[in-house]
Structure formats: C-alpha cells, structure tokens
Design a protein around this ligand. Structure first.
Ligand code: PMP
Length: 425
C-alpha cells in the first residue's frame, strides 16, 4: 500500500475507535476501505479490486441493477408501513411462502435476523406456555437480549439464559456420521429433561440448519430428522434459523429442506433484501394467528414498502438467473478443487459444504489451527481474495460468496489459496 493510503487508513481506524468504540471490529490484519461493489467484486478507495468470497448478504451480487432500480423506484414513490393495506407485500408473501412448503402459511416481517429469532422465540414460548430453549454449543442467533442469551458463541461474558440449554452439533467427520443425528437427539432429550426438571419446560429447539457458527456442518443429509422427532415428542417447536442458510445458499432454496424437515417456524434475513434491512418469520398459521390475536405486534420498519420492493427483486433475480442451481454447481466445483489442494497440504483438511457454503479446517500438528486459519485468511486477503473464518476458535475457513459466484471465480480463489498454502508449507 502507498504510504499516503496507509496513513489514511490508520487515521480512519483511529477515528473509528474514537467515535464508535471497540465493538466495531474489522476483517483482516490489514483492513480494507471498500467504496464500491459490483457483482462479486469489491473496490477500495484506490480502485484496487477484490474477489468477494465471503459476503452472503449481497446474495444476488453487489449493487445488482434490478435491486437498485426496484429500491430507487419505490423510494421515489412511497416508503411506509404495514398498517396500510398494500398489494406488493402480499405478492411477496405468496411467493416466499410458496418456496417454503405447504405447512408454512403465514409470514411476519421484521428488520433483522435477530428480530426474527427473537420473535420466533416469543411465538414459541407463547404457544407452548414454556420458557426453555435449546441451541447448539457454539450457536449464534443474534443481538437482542433474548437471542444473545441463546448464542453461546458470544463467549463467556454473555451468560446463557436461565432457560437455555445447549447440545453438541453433529461431528461430520465422525466414523459413525450417520449416527450423529441420533446422538444429537439423545442429547436433546436430556436437555429437555433438565428444562422440565427446572420448571422452565421446553418451548423450542432453535437451530441453524448448516450450523454456521459451530463450524459449518452440512452432512450427512437428513441427520436432523431424529432431532426433529425428539422436539415433536416433547411438545416443543422446531425453529429453523435460515438467516445464513436460506435463499439458495446451500444449493437448494432452504437449508432445512436439505434435511427434509418440516419446521414449525422459519426465520430468515441477511440475503433477503440484498442489503436492505428486511427479514421475516414464517410459520404455521395457527401459531402466528394466536400470537397476533392476543399480542399487539407492530414493527415500524418491518415489511416497509422499500424493503419489500428489494426482497421481491431479490427473489426475481434468484429465480431468473438460476442462482440456486448456480450455487449447487459452483459450490461442487469449488469443493472439488479444495479437495485437491487439501490432499497436497498438511495445513488444511476436512473440506465440506453445501452449495456456496463451503468450509475447510486449518490444521497444525501440535500447533494452533486458528493461527493457521488466520494466516490463510490474511494470505488470501493479500492476494485480493476475501474469505472469512468461523468455528469456536476461528479455526475454520469459511467461503460463502454472493450466489452469482462463477466457476472462474472459484478457480481464482483456488489458485490464490494454492499460493498461500505454498507459502505456509
Ligand atoms: N442467525 C444466524 C444464523 C446468523 O448468522 C445471524 C447473523 N450473523 C443472525 C441470526 C442475526 O442476524 P442479524 O445480524 O441480521 O440480526
């Protein structure tokens, strides 16, 4: 980086610390000041281009012209709330419910994944009259008080709620992978028994169907079915958190559909508006109806005209550009290439994923896998390829690009990764 650019960046970071405080963290040892995005490309202030292999929110690509036009057009006419009957939100509701399965027939709109999970927990607790919620050991479900206390990945400074219990997610590399669902179901039954014994009772299992923060665990397909059966048998609700896995990410429209589940409630957000703050809870009508009849719920910005215009344009693009199929195709191509690289490197292993949600674990015999993952992440950044990390210690390389990622983009990533692995060897 040129010295004046470096100066500018350090001033920017200092100002950020002074004004926003330590909660605002940055990606990468050398943070990037992004000023523009287009498709899978990001550009910094100097015009340097980066390949975005990490951001799932701009699912149909940064600044997709159809989304931009829909948002601008709607913002230029009207942006108001759901107290006024309007057609576009109904057209959208019909379309999104149509992708979810016949048993989910109502939808409520919010502004974020956190709000959706918070609302889903309220609905589940109201319906069951119980408080207890089970999540996985390193789950992340959002920022409100209720979901933060059900998000153990936030670390020990955020105490788990008194009515929250955890279960281990499946271990995909275990020899008995097929039995992992049964193992998780058995743990869930114990957690439910503990909640019953405490007097909290069991309201819901809140689960991310691809276990993003637990390290990305997609397989084997169907392993969550015994878990869902254990939820039902205990009279609780199954809430599928599709905030990351939804809208085509896993090579099918919804992550829970890969596991052939029928959740009672589905929460969605992130890619739903390609960056506009639109999110939702879909569920069985009886659950949402009872909640809606007895509790006043009005979300000022949830389902506003502009958000709905963005969400509708996103669905149009996903369908018209075949992005679900693209995620399946390019994701498989990327995983194949990763397998080859991993076979030749001791520093990376266990390639896994579904669609364009792909992971591999940093590995250091006798060393710190998170350190290896960090060196890979930063080495890629220096080669203008942006990925992320996840898992309990940040030991997992997380590749989760916009869904318009092409095979050539995957090849570029693989080439850069090959170079980085070469430097680590
Ligand atoms: N659930 C999952 C699985 C998530 O990944 C996130 C965001 N990382 C959330 C919920 C919260 O969404 P938001 O940041 O939009 O509140």
């Amino acid at each position: 980086m040129a010295p004046d650019a470096e100066d500018r960046l350090s001033r920017l970071l200092a100002r950020r610390r002074a004004l926003l405080g330590p909660v605002y963290r940055t990606f990468y040892e050398r943070p990037i000041e992004i000023v523009r995005g287009e498709g899978v490309h990001l550009f910094d202030r100097d015009g340097t281009e980066y390949l975005d292999a990490y951001n799932n929110v701009p699912a149909v690509g940064h600044a997709h012209p159809r989304v931009v036009a829909a948002v601008a057009d709607q913002a230029g006419r009207l942006n108001t709330n759901t107290r006024y009957p309007a057609e576009p939100i109904l057209d959208y509701a019909e379309r999104v419910l149509g992708t979810l399965g016949a048993h989910l027939d109502h939808v409520m709109f919010t502004c974020s994944g956190s709000e959706s999970n918070d609302l889903a927990l309220r609905i589940a607790r109201f319906w069951t009259g119980k408080a207890g919620v089970v999540v996985t050991v390193n789950a992340y479900h959002g920022v409100t008080a209720a979901v933060a206390e059900a998000s153990p990945s936030l670390g020990p400074a955020v105490a788990p709620g008194p009515s929250v219990r955890t279960v281990l997610p499946p271990v995909p590399t275990a020899e008995d992978a097929e039995a992992q669902g049964e193992r998780m179901a058995a743990e869930l039954r114990s957690a439910i028994a503990a909640l019953e014994a405490d007097g909290a009772g069991f309201a819901a299992l809140l689960v991310d169907s691809i276990f993003s923060s637990d390290g990305i665990i997609p397989d084997p397909i169907g392993f969550l079915r015994p878990v869902a059966e254990a939820v039902r048998a205990a009279g609780g609700l199954l809430i599928a958190d599709e905030v990351q896995a939804g809208f085509g990410r896993t090579g099918g429209m919804w992550g829970f559909q890969r596991h052939r589940l029928e959740p009672d409630l589905v929460t969605m957000g992130k890619p739903m508006g390609n960056g506009m703050p639109v999110a939702a809870v879909a569920g069985r009508a009886e659950l949402l109806d009872r909640f809606g009849r007895e509790i006043r719920y009005f979300n000022t910005f949830g389902g506003s005209s502009v958000s709905v215009a963005a969400a509708a344009a996103v669905l149009d693009v996903i369908q018209d550009e075949g992005l679900v199929e693209n995620a399946a195709d390019v994701g498989a191509h990327l995983r194949d290439g990763l397998e080859t690289l991993v076979a030749g490197s001791p520093m990376l292993r266990d390639v896994r994923g579904a669609g364009l949600f792909v992971a591999a674990d940093g590995f250091a015999p006798g060393g710190d896998p998170a350190e290896v993952a960090s060196r890979i992440l930063n080495g890629l950044r220096d080669r203008r390829v942006l990925v992320g990390t996840t898992g309990k210690r940040g030991e997992v390389i997380k590749i989760r690009p916009p869904l318009v990622f092409a095979r050539a983009d995957a090849d570029r990533l693989l080439e850069a990764l090959g170079e980085v692995l070469g430097t680590l060897a």
